[in-house]
Ligand binder design. Structure first.
Ligand SMILES: Cc1cc2nc3c(=O)[nH]c(=O)nc-3n(C[C@H](O)[C@H](O)[C@H](O)COP(=O)(O)OP(=O)(O)OC[C@H]3O[C@@H](n4cnc5c(N)ncnc54)[C@H](O)[C@@H]3O)c2cc1C
Length: 388
């Protein structure tokens, strides 16, 4: 490790590793500090992604793909269900290997990774961020940098230390927990989504197969709900009822900020990317690809700002994010607000009405149109998403 780098990135998740790769490719020096002992562990993720959205960053590889997904099943509170063919391919990843591969690619581009490096403060000079303080192998260290990229996940603190407003309303912080369990006998190419106030109020429960009877079974409920009954109690109730023979091999819990991006994601010497910037798709809670998008933009702009000796360039990050995904996420957020208020009866009637749609016309878009039939204002939002 050198005493100074052009860019220091905090966190080696998808946002941090992609930012590191795009910055290093431009020839600037990059250090990534990761607090855990190994990149990619622990996995706190359902691991589902759309192929078409992430091939812009990395070509699919069997090493880190657990299963291919070609169907979605939506299950109503009364157990009515619809199954949709997915017109493109989805994957359930093996994120342990996937995250390590992203880090390997960034290293190949010239970025340096250091694990067991817990960033616990920033170096500030005249209010400008000039580096990080961190603990490594029991020793307190400092590294100077021209720009720090905070890619430190949903529980991020780095942005706040820099004076940026990072607060998320507790209602928008989905409480998630998940088990990766054996003896879950479901179709291996279908992702299942369960809805209803007894299963996952103000959220949903998922079963994402990983092959050989193993699946990620998880739940996300609004922070408001999580205060009265925990997400893990809902998950246990579901498993006992639906998969009594399931055996949990791992279990994880974590928050997902299901809201729109922070008002400010950059300032002199600091940029925020991924979950830390709240760049998650607020409707699905999926953040793997959107974190990579945020990381890619942040890494590229940070490098350009250093190469061109133009510190103010970091402010263009906000408008680039807005054009790439920010506008879409605002629409998803409004749709989420509408769906959160659905009663069980509404979910049941949506699935019942949808069963009448001829199979060849059953698409995700037509399901949303059925769901939002009585809410014209939301229908307009849905139309905007599908036109985009
Ligand atoms: C239960 C659950 C299920 C999910 N399912 C899906 C899904 O199916 N599909 C999907 O697309 N998304 C899913 N997500 C969301 C997805 O996991 C995240 O959006 C994604 O991992 C965000 O990437 P990131 O790089 O921003 O943050 P992270 O992947 O969280 O990486 C942040 C990194 O920063 C490190 N770090 C934190 N603080 C410090 C510090 N002070 N010093 C050094 N290092 C630090 C952490 O150790 C971590 O490695 C799920 C999330 C949860 C909790």
């Amino acid at each position: 490790m050198l005493p100074e780098y052009d860019i220091v990135i905090v966190g080696a998740g998808p946002a941090g590793s992609v930012a590191a790769k795009y910055a290093a490719e431009k020839g600037v020096s990059v250090l990534v500090c990761e607090k855990d002992r190994e990149v990619g562990i622990p996995v706190r993720c359902g691991e589902a992604v759309r192929r078409n959205s992430f091939i812009q960053f990395v070509q699919p590889d069997k090493k880190w793909i657990a299963t291919e997904i070609n169907k979605f099943a939506f299950v109503a509170p009364n157990n009515g269900r619809v199954v949709l063919e997915f017109p493109e391919t989805g994957y359930v990843l093996n994120r342990k290997i996937f995250d390590a591969e992203l880090a390997r690619q960034a290293s190949a581009a010239g970025a340096i990774f250091v694990t067991r490096a817990y960033v616990n403060g920033l170096i500030l000079e005249d209010g400008k961020v000039c580096g990080v303080k961190f603990e490594h192998n029991g020793e307190q260290k400092t590294i100077k940098s021209k720009i720090v990229i905070a890619a430190d996940g949903a529980e991020s603190r780095v942005g706040r230390w820099a004076g940026l407003q990072t607060h998320v309303d507790f209602r928008d912080m989905e409480c998630c927990c998940q088990v990766t369990a054996a003896n879950i006998n479901v179709d291996e190419n279908t992702c299942y989504f369960y809805f209803g106030k007894d299963v996952a109020p103000e959220g949903y429960l998922w079963v994402f197969p990983k092959g050989n009877g193993v699946a990620n079974v998880g739940i996300g409920v609004s922070g408001k709900i999580g205060k009265t009954k925990s997400a893990s109690s809902y998950l246990n109730d579901f498993l006992n009822k639906n998969f009594p023979d399931a055996s949990a091999l791992t279990s994880v819990a974590g928050g997902v900020p299901c809201t729109t991006v922070l008002k400010k994601i950059s300032s002199y010497g600091i940029m925020i990317a991924g979950d830390a910037a709240r760049q998650v798709n607020p409707l699905s809670g999926g953040g793997i690809v959107s974190s990579m998008v945020g990381g890619c933009i942040a890494g590229r702009i940070a490098a350009d700002s250093i190469i061109n000796k133009n510190p103010g360039l970091v402010f263009t990050y906000e408008s680039e994010w807005e054009n790439r995904l920010g506008k879409k996420h605002r629409i998803y957020n409004r749709i989420k607000e509408g769906i959160y208020n659905f009663s069980d009866e509404k979910f049941n009637s949506i699935i019942t009405s949808f069963e009448k749609v001829p199979p060849q016309k059953r698409t995700l878009g037509s399901l949303f149109r059925t769901a939002l039939f009585n809410q014209p204002s939301l229908l307009l939002d849905v139309a905007k998403v599908f036109i985009d």
